[in-house]
Design a binder for this molecule. Structure first.
Ligand SMILES: Cc1cc2nc3c(=O)[nH]c(=O)nc-3n(C[C@H](O)[C@H](O)[C@H](O)COP(=O)(O)OP(=O)(O)OC[C@H]3O[C@@H](n4cnc5c(N)ncnc54)[C@H](O)[C@@H]3O)c2cc1C
Length: 501
């Protein structure tokens, strides 16, 4: 929008930050101000999962310029056609997104360009790969690709949003000190500011959307302890899939049920991906690969008529300490934490893996989550800054998870491998679906243009809009949709101005 000459104001709750920072998102830092200063979401979230008692912990959520994406691992993969619509091979669980794959496709390409995506064509797909080639593989990585092909799989170079400038240190899971990792800050906010048409208000939290005559007339913001009202022709909400619905639910000036909520759908349909992690040691005679982010494969994207998801390397190597720490972290959040001796079993499993095989490459399978109306987020009644999550792991999801694990075991069985999860592991960094777009105002919050059905000048451009969570990482689709919404708003404002003049 700024590039098209519109005047844009970014209102960001978190700090501007310094380009030289390179910190990762630390869950063990609990002090509100310390978290805020580093660009972490300052409060914990509270979860009530499958009727289990409340649990509070710090979710992987950013709060600063670029949001959570400055911490992301830069995997930016395009979804499959069946993620957005029904195909002959795979029905869509919602009947399809209101905008089909072919209409989205030009925005996927634009997003790939904006994020400088590098990678290779997926051999199982008819779609071209990203325009930029991936950097060369090491010898050990090339052997890993050969081993996967020998096992009948179709690996390809993962699609990553890294410009790989000289001295690139990968910055996966942490802030990049240069505009080398392409994220919401380097590919979105900074280029917008460079046009001279955009202004940024950091450390400024939107507290309420104020409504009048079917429009948003102003937002009330809080900065340095004082409230202000900001007005605009058009408002684009992009506070993330947990906080955008919370802000609408907290904006009760006109309606007790919250702003844009005549459907009662705001906050509902919350989805995460389930992460299935595997430690993979090289086949006998192949060199150890260690940390790599190079490989993806979609052989299990659908399996036995079920929607599963992408498998990709995570960019971490797992030695004994890491595997043990990881297993214990998962255990601490699972029901098994109460089983006597479970922690010792985790330690032992990690020790055996590391002693016998050495350092492992870690792969992650992203299992698609489907929208259930009762899975939802709302502001915590005692502290509105805390997202309160109600989530039930459905039998259907449990069954697909079991199928995914079985298929991963079978397809990776020629390697020495260890599944690292005990119970289901919800990826709290991949929340989506809480303000879904759709054609029917009774069952969706946003229309086809991602404009609120109830409000003429309120648009949404974050992970909330997605009606289904897809079998890939969400960022490329969030970016593509944001570009689409930007086009819609720019075209609308250009038309209004032509009429006015
Ligand atoms: C460690 C990590 C690794 C990840 N790796 C990947 C990956 O490899 N690939 C991938 O596709 N995805 C990845 N993700 C997920 C991806 O980062 C998110 O899906 C994406 O950033 C969500 O974008 P969003 O715009 O919806 O929200 P966010 O990026 O969370 O942005 C929301 C912004 O809104 C601000 N905000 C919230 N409330 C207010 C308010 N009231 N007033 C003003 N501002 C407010 C927040 O401070 C924040 O800056 C990862 C996430 C994490 C945390």
């Amino acid at each position: 929008m700024a590039e098209r000459g519109l005047s844009v104001l970014f209102v960001e709750k978190g700090p501007l930050g310094h380009r030289t920072e390179g910190q990762d998102l630390r869950a063990d830092l609990s002090d509100y101000r310390a978290r805020q200063a580093r660009g972490f979401w300052p409060t914990p979230i509270e979860t009530r999962i499958a009727g289990e008692g409340p649990q509070r912990f710090f979710a992987p959520l950013g709060s600063g310029v670029g949001g959570s994406s400055v911490f992301y691992a830069a995997a930016a993969e395009q979804p499959e056609r069946h993620d957005l619509e029904t195909t002959s091979a795979m029905p869509h669980p919602t009947g399809g997104w209101p905008v089909g794959f072919d209409s989205f496709r030009p925005y996927f390409v634009q997003a790939q360009e904006a994020l400088s995506i590098r990678g290779e064509k997926d051999p199982l797909s008819d779609l071209p790969g990203p325009a930029l080639d991936a950097p060369p593989l090491t010898e050990a990585e090339a052997r890993m690709f050969d081993d996967f092909r020998a096992a009948g799989l179709h690996p390809y170079r993962a699609h990553e949003a890294l410009r790989r400038l000289p001295g690139c240190t990968d910055c996966l899971g942490r802030k990049c000190p240069r505009a080398c990792k392409m994220d919401g800050r380097s590919a979105g906010v900074e280029p917008a500011l460079e046009t001279g048409n955009a202004t940024l208000l950091p450390n400024c939290a939107v507290e309420e959307l104020i409504e009048g005559q079917g429009r948003i007339t102003a937002v009330r913001v809080r900065a340095e302890g004082r409230d202000h009202l900001l007005q605009a022709d058009v408002f684009v909400l992009a506070a993330g899939a947990l906080n955008s619905p919370n802000l609408l639910l907290r904006s009760t000036g006109k309606h007790a049920a919250g702003c844009a909520n005549s459907s009662g759908c705001v906050g509902h349909g919350l989805m995460f991906h389930l992460s299935e992690m595997v430690a993979l040691w090289p086949r006998r005679g192949s060199p150890a690969v260690g940390a790599t982010r190079t490989l993806s494969f979609r052989d299990l994207y659908t399996h036995e008529g079920q929607r599963l998801g992408l498998v990709q390397s995570m960019g971490v190597a797992a030695d004994y300490g890491q595997i043990a720490g990881h297993l214990k972290g998962i255990l601490a959040r699972s029901r098994l934490r109460r089983v006597p001796g479970a922690s010792r079993v985790a330690t032992l499993a990690a020790k055996i893996g590391a002693d016998v095989f050495g350092s492992a490459t870690v792969l992650v399978g992203l299992l698609e989550d489907l929208p259930y109306v009762d899975n939802r987020v709302e502001p915590h009644p005692d502290d509105p800054e805390v997202p309160l999550i109600h989530y039930t792991i459905s039998d259907e999801l449990k069954a697909r998870r079991a199928l995914f694990r079985q298929a991963m075991r079978r397809t990776l069985g020629q390697h020495r491998m260890m599944l690292l999860n005990f119970g289901p592991s919800l990826n709290f960094g991949h929340s989506s679906g809480t303000l879904r777009f759709g054609s029917d105002p009774a069952t969706s919050v946003l229309d086809v243009d991602c404009r609120a059905h109830d409000l003429d000048n309120l648009y949404v451009a974050d992970a909330s809009f997605m009606p289904t969570s897809m079998g890939v990482n969400p960022s490329l689709t969030i970016a593509a949709n944001a570009l689409r919404v930007g086009d819609i708003v720019a075209t609308r404002l250009a038309a209004t101005r032509r009429i006015a003049s």
